[in-house]
Write a protein that binds this ligand. Structure first.
Ligand code: HEM
Ligand code: HEM
Length: 465
């Protein structure tokens, strides 16, 4: 059966293809959601197309479907390559693929009909939470066994990030989704908020961030053909990320009556987060010093360097907006939506797309069908992120100002209309980018020029830790 083929790299390729499909689907729902914020009755109130149902489809599909699935595909290639061994079980990875993607598919299929657990980032109903957990456990087993059977002694930092992501997520996913209450997936009151936002925070911090950084640490030295600047610094950043990011989720609910010590710790450690962030950025940038031209000329390298810039911006904006005095204005406004897109569409999606274009030729043995299309996709996505950030930040400040001055909502909404229209218009460029990516992926698989066995062998284990 095709789905359980043992062919080396087949599961990784399946994850990459699925990630590109989810990019199209998730972004389409983002655009449709944005259009309803411009013209609320445009879809004639068809229940499946109301904002409240499309929004979670958009968010879950881009987050778990597009970026996470793509980064999993990349990791399934680079982990065995870095360990100079084969993946322990291709079939286990395929099983993980099926459970994982069943859950992502459940988003459009259930949320469209109002079947949802209704908590942000935790909307999947219980049975699909179970699918996610099974997928994560299968991946964790497969990676652990691959590590145990490795022939390369040193564990390069990408292996740390990629493998540990599954263990952390196995820990925080069931707690955040309150999986011991299958019917509702929730508790009551403040306790529920605490669990949800510990989870909602760790999702970007301990799932998306390590997957993205693992990929960046793999692709960047390979494109520049130079070893990583400091292995020690990379592991230092790894441990400080876990130590700091894991407990600052309180900064999402500073307006709620959570304990004061939790608020203080969340805000202070949000600032101390500059340690892991800059440790990573300096390490990557120093590894690329003197080779910036080669990096920017390479289709994947350009995405990775773009991702580091968006990571920097995200992590400057993050601590600032964790200050209660700033959040008093920005919380509950489009400012936060601007931050989300800068982070997930800017930082994470750029790393995922860079990883995709780097590992695809290594897995398929074929050159990219069109480097020009990758560069076009880069420009469209970069335009989208920067455009979203500017428009949504201004819209957020308009909203924040109205909170402060007590302006009635009916007066504020018309003021937001032009920004909502601009966001939808800019979104078209991201949707086009997703289609271009999918086309280029399929054409590479079908029509890409063969690279030759020796080049693939050489490129599969070339990262010097
Ligand atoms: C130093 C690092 C960071 C800090 C201190 C930080 C801080 C914050 C704060 C305070 C909020 C809540 C804003 C509000 O509700 O008013 C927030 C929201 C968010 N952040 Fe970050 N952030 C950081 C990095 C990141 C990264 C790397 C990602 C993605 C990988 C990310 C993704 C998000 C998302 C998706 C939200 C929206 C959550 C929601 O739905 O309300 N952040 N961040
Ligand atoms: C056509 C392009 C896109 C458009 C028009 C768009 C639009 C939207 C809209 C309207 C929302 C809901 C905002 C609200 O509740 O006020 C949203 C949320 C979100 N989108 Fe997108 N989006 C697009 C692409 C993407 C992509 C590609 C990603 C990630 C790779 C992404 C990540 C997110 C996230 C994480 C949220 C949740 C924000 C939060 O709750 O803080 N979006 N988007």
């Amino acid at each position: 059966m095709f789905a359980f083929t043992k062919k080396e790299g087949s599961a990784a390729l399946a994850f990459l293809i699925a990630g590109s499909v989810w990019f199209v689907v998730g972004t389409l729902y983002g655009l449709l959601s944005a259009i309803t914020l411009v013209a609320p009755e445009i879809f004639n109130n068809i229940p499946e197309l109301v904002f409240s149902r499309m929004r979670p489809i958009h968010v879950n599909t881009v987050l778990f479907g597009f970026v996470t699935t793509t980064l999993m595909g990349a990791g399934l290639h680079y982990t065995p390559a870095l360990l100079k061994t084969r993946l322990w079980s291709e079939r286990l990875a395929w099983a993980g693929f099926l459970f994982w993607n069943a859950a992502i598919l459940s988003g459009p299929l259930t949320f469209s009909f109002g079947i949802s657990q209704g908590r942000e980032y935790a909307e999947y109903i219980w049975i699909f939470d179970v699918c996610i957990m099974i997928a994560l456990i299968l991946m964790a087993i497969d990676l652990t066994m691959t590590i145990l059977r490795r022939t390369e002694k040193t564990l390069y930092v990408s292996v740390w990030y990629f493998t540990m992501t599954f263990f952390w997520t196995i820990g925080f996913y069931p707690i955040g989704n309150v999986m011991w209450h299958p019917a509702t997936g929730s508790l009551n009151g403040l306790l529920d908020s605490l669990l949800l936002w510990s989870y909602g925070h760790n999702l970007p911090g301990l799932l998306l961030t390590p997957l993205s950084l693992g990929a960046a640490y793999f692709v960047l030295p390979r494109v520049t053909k130079a070893p990583i600047y400091s292995h020690t610094l990379s592991l230092y950043a790894f441990w400080t990320l876990v130590a700091l990011y894991s407990h600052i989720g309180g900064h999402h609910i500073l307006q709620a009556p959570i304990p004061n010590w939790l608020k203080v710790m969340s805000v202070v450690d949000s600032f101390i987060m500059v340690i892991p962030v800059f440790a990573v950025l300096f390490n990557l940038w120093l590894s690329a010093r003197g080779r910036g031209g080669a990096l920017l000329a390479d289709p994947a390298g350009r995405f990775i360097i773009g991702g580091t810039v968006f990571y920097l911006l995200t992590c400057i904006q993050g601590p600032v907006q964790s200050l209660p005095s700033v959040q008093q204005v920005t919380h509950f406004t489009n400012w936060t939506i601007g931050h989300s897109h800068l982070a997930v569409l800017g930082f994470v999606a750029f790393m995922a797309t860079g990883a995709l274009w780097h590992v695809l030729p290594l897995i398929t043995g074929r050159r990219l069908y069109s480097a020009a299309l990758v560069h076009l996709q880069f420009s469209l996505m970069a335009f989208g992120v920067v455009g979203f950030l500017i428009v949504l930040t201004i819209a957020g400040l308009v909203q924040g100002h109205s909170w402060e001055t007590g302006t009635a909502v009916v007066r504020v909404l018309p003021e937001l209309a032009p920004y909502m229209a601009m966001r939808a218009a800019i979104g078209v460029s991201v949707l086009v980018a997703s289609f271009i990516g999918f086309y280029n992926l399929i054409m590479t698989i079908k029509k890409g020029q063969p690279i030759g066995e020796s080049a693939i062998m050489e490129s599969s284990g070339g990262v010097t830790p």
